[in-house]
Design a protein around this ligand. Structure first.
Ligand SMILES: C[S@@+](CC[C@H](N)C(=O)[O-])C[C@H]1O[C@@H](n2cnc3c(N)ncnc32)[C@H](O)[C@@H]1O
Length: 284
């Protein structure tokens, strides 16, 4: 076993003794970052780590002990086909959200010149992935958090879609939101905050202490933002346009009812890789 492997193994044991859940893969990511190499090259790495590299790894481990999520220690996360910068101003992109990209890219031909609106961009993982798939599309992303939009903008530049993405710092509860956006869209997509307020305290430390509360708290029943978004989507969607939602566990029936009260037609409910209903597709 190489020296690097020994260090990683000892930290795996030490962290589990402290009650911190971390996988071997995550520790390898932290080590690869400290050594400044690609994770795929870690098993071929035979050099002795320098003191500076060990110090950096130890710093990562200290953060992990304080429940920092690995992507927020590294400042980056992969989502769908791209890499995204992240910090504590944005929700860490989740693999469960990737089903929204799979489903949305099956709605229209890739060559179409679409207008796409994302409500609540955060890191930008959804709208930027869609613009990367639909090369002729234009996007508008809104977020109530100006700090989150700084990260969206950086990610749009790094992933070469900034020239097709307009960012707006606004709330979907603004009375003039339809006027502010001033056009209609083929696709509106949103992963709104959907955790019922009282459930927030039960979330893992990695989530409740490091993802922004504004990205998590969906009001008393977790459905506050679905009600508002379905209402404004009636005006903001083109005829025949689609509204695509991420939903939380067991929210499909409630979201279906809210959509139907707003005359939006249910097209599909898609499951994530964990077999949980995660994506609702509606049509105007
Ligand atoms: C669950 S996060 C989703 C972030 C990103 N789209 C993703 O899927 O990883 C919800 C986002 O909506 C934003 N948000 C919350 N309430 C909002 C509101 N009333 N108007 C606009 N954006 C809002 C939050 O700042 C956050 O970035």
């Amino acid at each position: 076993m190489t020296e690097i492997n020994n260090i990683i193994k000892s930290k795996l044991n030490a962290l589990s003794e402290c009650g911190v859940e971390v996988s071997l893969f995550e520790l390898k990511l932290l080590m690869a970052d400290a050594l400044d190499i690609d994770i795929n090259n870690l098993r071929f790495y035979k050099d002795r780590p320098t003191q500076e590299q060990i110090n950096k790894f130890e710093k990562h481990i200290e953060m992990k002990k304080n429940f920092w999520p690995v992507d927020k220690i590294l400042g980056k996360k992969s989502f769908y086909k791209l890499d995204f910068e992240v910090n504590c101003d944005v929700l860490s992109p989740r693999f469960d959200t990737e089903v929204l990209i799979d489903e949305t890219t099956s709605l229209f031909e890739k060559s179409k010149k679409l207008d796409i609106l994302e409500l609540g961009t955060g890191s930008g993982c959804i709208i930027i992935s869609l613009l990367d798939e639909y090369k002729k599309a234009s996007g508008v992303g809104i977020d109530i958090s100006a700090k989150a939009l700084e990260i969206t903008q950086k990610n749009a530049i790094n992933n070469n879609v900034a020239d097709r993405l307009t960012l707006v710092n606004a709330s979907w509860f603004d009375n003039d939101i339809e006027k502010k956006l001033s056009k209609k869209f083929d696709i509106i997509i949103s992963n709104p905050p959907y955790i019922p307020s009282d459930d927030i305290k039960h979330l893992d430390n990695e989530v409740k202490n490091f993802d922004p509360m504004i990205a998590l708290d969906g009001g008393i029943d977790g459905l506050r933002d679905y009600r508002r978004i379905c209402l404004i989507a009636r005006t903001l969607l083109k005829e025949g346009g689609y509204l695509v939602f991420e939903i939380g566990i067991n929210q499909a029936n409630d979201v279906k009812k809210i959509a139907s009260a707003n005359n939006l037609l249910l097209i599909k409910i898609a499951k994530d890789l964990g077999d949980i209903e995660r994506c609702v597709i509606l049509k105007k």
